[in-house]
Design a binder for this molecule. Sequence first.
Ligand code: FES
Length: 138
Amino acid sequence: MNRNEFLLQIGTGAAALLVPACLSTLSGCSDSGSVPAAPTNVDFTIDISSGALSSNGGFLVKDRIIVARTTSGGFLAVSAACTHQGTTIQYIGSSNSFLCPNHGATYNAAGQVTSGPAPRSLTQYNTALTGTLLRVFS
Ligand code: FES
């Protein structure tokens, strides 16, 4: 067996191992099974007097929830894991929406999918501001 024959056999063997893994998911080679479940029984507070939430358009991730301050000063809270493959999403203040930097899925302010490949909406949480304490809860 020469070098080319050897490499051809190795490549064919590797492809034979990989193809069934891709075919076992109807969505190609996506890894949607690894998306963490949205947090439940949520109830925490954040002091917004300093840090990312002290100014309009800022956001942070706490306990797997992304909390954002809109450009008009309101607050949003949704599950932070993209429903496609679990990448942590980002808040885009200029469009008041969320973006997954991995494959480009977008969600509106309520966490509903506006552009794929994300298959499901994010989970939305309640927010309530008392002074400088922002409560995020289920
Ligand atoms: S992980 Fe693929 S779009 Fe978010």
